[in-house]
Design a protein around this ligand. Structure first.
Ligand code: MLT
Length: 407
């Protein structure tokens, strides 16, 4: 559902002696825009119906340009973060006639009961802003950094985050999602892939990692084991660079720490141009033979082909640019210190061959290594049982989690 825009008029009594919309009046206008918006969505009484009230915990306004009596202002609103009992919204006000940006604002709300205790945000509010559960797929929709991500969440226990590779989606993790009992398994579609939003621009390893950080915040997860496959490993490295203290352990699957070579970068640009020209179906034709071993059965090939063919071209092009520009993660390896790390690869992997996987494991002090016999680049797809067994062995060896759930 797209979120409607609201238009409001600036009245003389909201302006100062110079005829400028007064700074304090912005608070009122932003608030009125929010209520108008709710009236067009779940209803102005959505909070009282749910016996809660959204108390403002923080308000930040950036004033950009003056507005005057009679101006019509267009208010846009985006959900930045949806927590269990809190939510953050970003709002902007533009003059309708010339599109001038008048002000932007961010508000953090905590839902409280009549006794002043934090209580859950009404589900209808999250759903209105594009967060909730998709009835058909059962995937949760969570809005982070202005995009809606599709996320599979299974089970209870300490959290493990699965990050897929290029140009795939969360379904490559079907086996561990189904079988790793005792863990809260979280497998998102990164922006641009699967059922997540695919904006035209704004792809980088930093953006993917920020999305994941915000996603974990929304799910109330403070510390996590990260398991990244190939490009998912590049994202895991970026996450580590930013939030090392949130990572309990690391699983690097069919991935590398090296950046692209000059020739590799040139190929990324060539593939991006081809994807734009010929579409995702042609990308699938090129990628399937690289991703799977020669022995992979026809139905598996077809599943992976269909997954890639359904990927938005914007996501493919965005990911190619993000991989091309990714930083060298080798300096991180020697510094992983006490962090438990498992490196997994496939003996038939043509993209990150076994020698490269052995090399990666050797560069990380204390890292474990599991080479899965007969698997190509997509080890959890080709050898699901062996991968689940390797994950389980590693996860049960971890020291107990000292979890502090975020609200
Ligand atoms: C992947 O599987 O994510 C990609 O093949 C990684 C890459 O091209 O570097």
């Amino acid at each position: 559902m797209s979120i409607p825009e609201i238009e409001l008029t600036v009245y003389p009594d909201e302006c100062d002696a110079f005829g400028h919309l007064n700074q304090a009046s912005f608070l009122t206008l932003f608030e009125r825009a929010r209520w108008e918006l709710l009236a067009q969505g779940p209803g102005m009484d959505v909070f009282s119906r749910n016996r809660t009230w959204p108390a403002v915990r923080r308000a930040t306004i950036d004033y950009q340009a003056p507005a005057f009596p009679g101006d019509r202002l267009r208010f846009e609103i985006a959900l930045l973060h949806l927590g269990h009992t809190s939510l953050s919204l970003r709002q902007s006000a533009r003059r309708s006639t010339d599109d001038a940006l008048i002000a932007t604002a961010e508000f953090v709300f905590v839902c409280i009961s009549a006794e002043g205790k934090p209580v859950p945000v009404p589900a209808e509010v999250g759903e209105f802003f594009g967060a909730g559960t998709d009835a058909q797929s059962g995937l949760r929709r969570i809005r982070v950094n202005g995009v809606s991500l599709a996320v599979q969440v299974e089970g209870d226990g300490p959290a493990i985050l699965f990050v897929h590779g290029y140009p795939l989606d969360h379904t490559i993790w079907a086996a561990p999602m189904a079988h790793l009992d005792g863990w809260r398994r979280i497998a998102p579609d990164l922006r641009g892939f699967g059922a997540s939003d695919a904006p035209d621009l704004g792809y980088s390893m930093a953006t993917y990692a920020q999305d994941l950080g915000a996603l974990l915040d929304t799910l109330g997860v403070s510390k996590v084991v990260i398991c990244g496959l190939s490009m998912g490993g590049y994202v895991a490295f970026e996450f580590l660079r930013n939030w090392r203290d949130r990572v309990r352990a690391l699983i690097l699957m069919d991935t590398r720490a090296l950046p692209d070579t000059l020739e590799g970068k040139r190929l990324r640009d060539q593939f991006a141009a081809e994807a734009r020209e010929t579409g995702a179906g042609e990308v699938a034709k090129r990628e399937v033979p690289r991703l799977l071993s020669e022995g992979a059965p026809a139905d598996m090939r077809e599943r992976v082909r269909a997954m890639i063919a359904a990927t938005p071209v914007a996501g493919i092009v965005g990911a190619l640019g993000a991989m091309r520009d990714r930083p060298d993660s080798r300096p991180l390896l020697a510094e992983l210190g006490e962090m438990p790390v498992l490196v997994i690869g496939g003996t038939e992997d043509a993209i990150t061959p076994p020698e490269e996987i052995r090399h990666l494991a050797a560069a990380i002090p204390g890292a474990g290594l599991a080479l899965i016999e007969g698997a190509g680049h997509l080890t959890p797809v080709e050898r699901p049982e062996e991968v689940v067994a390797a994950l389980r062995k590693f996860l049960t060896s971890l020291p107990p989690a000292k979890t502090t759930a975020l609200r």
